[in-house]
Ligand binder design. Structure first.
Ligand code: EPS
Length: 398
């Protein structure tokens, strides 16, 4: 299963082609729209979210609510494009059309400068439009399809904010790893900063307001979880089949995400193995269980069957109302960096987006093990797979 995306932030639309789904999977456009709306929430967003009302147009691959097995074509129009119709027109500017002044002062932390050097763009807008975090609409499109595949199988994903601008949620507010991840996501949605600690939430909201006042931006940390995953997704046999590496690639490629920690990786780096690892224990029902989940539900690049959990570090956004020093590329004179309307903090949106990226990677890994051409056959294989414990536990068959 794979997808390719396209779309510039102020261009006509965002969209993906998604290929490899089984045929006969029920998909709902309303459900995709609900997920897109969740991504638009959160304290700290700029004026753009007042303009957009993201809604999917399903243009191929679905008939009467069921997948055909052919590629899905999903498109979300950019409503703000109406305000950029000339500056972002696909066609060459006609006589007298306003092509827009070129952006010539790169922002520290953004793709502006390396992107211009790489592609030879003199107008930095040719870089920043595609580097925009509006791209995460496409991640949610793919994730919202994956969610509809996972949910009937009892697999849920979700994420919540644990720290914002240096303010941390109280450790006691962290839900147990047994909490279904969808429940976490619903609780995070009820908070303006996707935080499950009401006391920290109030301080985080105030910090965003203060940063807005100061012309600054804020990042933070989100914890992402997937519950209900069977053991054995991903593989130890080759580096590019390891699910830890695949999740890292998918999640670290999100705009402004600079760090990822699986389970208690950084704490474990300072501990002995006896403290850091999760003992294996006999359980009733012919299975074995674990005395803890510090490894984040991943061992040897495979799911263990425990809750998969990891944390992401998001840097403060690079578009500052009080910009950092930069250079005007025409004159090479010192100049404060390019300013344009942007968000103060997009961490609550990251919680929603990361849950969708996790859903996509989980669904992809699941179909690699259990997938078939039809949804019916995929479900049958999954039920059979549940019997795998019996093949490795108990005495050797006579
Ligand atoms: C973004 C800048 C802002 C954000 C945008 C990401 O857009 P604009 O410049 O139009 O105000 O709102 O995020 C989205 C549009 C979105 O849908 O998440 C940036 O520079 O990355």
């Amino acid at each position: 299963m794979r997808w390719l995306s396209a779309g510039e932030s102020h261009g006509p639309a965002m969209g993906i082609v998604l290929e490899g789904l089984p045929a006969g999977l029920p998909l709902s456009a309303d459900r995709i729209d609900r997920e897109l709306a969740r991504r638009q929430q959160g304290h700290g967003r700029g004026g753009r979210m007042g303009i957009e009302q993201d809604r999917v147009e399903i243009l191929a691959g679905l008939r009467h609510g069921l997948t055909l097995g052919s590629p899905l074509l999903l498109v979300v129009p950019n409503l703000d494009h109406a305000n950029w119709a000339e500056a972002m027109a696909p066609a060459p500017p006609g006589d007298g059309a306003a092509a827009g002044a070129p952006v010539r002062v790169p922002r520290p932390g953004h793709a502006d400068l390396p992107g211009a050097l790489k592609y030879g763009h003199r107008d930095l807008r040719n870089v920043l439009e595609r580097a925009s975090a509006r791209e995460t609409v496409n991640r949610v499109l793919a994730g919202a399809v994956a969610v509809q595949l996972l949910e009937p199988l009892g697999v849920q994903t979700g994420a919540f904010v644990t720290a914002l601008g240096g303010l941390e949620a109280a450790p006691g507010s962290r839900p147990s790893l047994e909490t279904p991840a969808g429940e976490l996501a619903a609780r995070a949605d009820a908070s303006p900063v996707a935080c499950l600690d009401p006391e920290a939430e109030a301080r985080m909201v105030a910090a965003i307001d203060a940063a807005r006042e100061a012309g600054d931006t804020l990042g933070g940390v989100v914890e992402c979880r997937a519950t209900g995953l069977p053991a054995g997704l991903g593989s130890h046999v080759h580096w590019d089949r390891r699910l830890d590496g695949r999740l890292a690639a998918a999640l670290l490629s999100l705009p402004a995400v600079k760090g990822l920690e699986i389970g208690e990786a950084f704490a474990a780096a300072a501990q002995g193995g006896r403290a850091a690892l999760d003992p294996i224990l006999p359980m009733p029902g012919g299975r074995v269980g674990r005395g803890g989940n510090r490894q984040g539900g991943l061992e040897g690049g495979m799911t263990t069957g425990e809750t998969l959990w990891l944390r992401l570090a998001m840097k403060p956004l690079s578009t500052l109302r009080r910009p950092l020093p930069s250079v005007q590329l025409d004159s090479l004179a010192p100049h404060s960096a390019h300013r344009e309307r942007s968000d103060v903090c997009a961490l609550p949106a990251l919680a929603v987006i990361a849950g969708h990226v996790l859903a996509w990677e989980a669904a992809r890994a699941l179909l690699e093990v259990f997938g078939a051409d039809s949804w019916e056959e995929t479900r049958r294989r999954l039920q059979e797979g549940e019997r795998r414990w019996a093949s490795i536990t108990g005495p050797e068959p006579a």
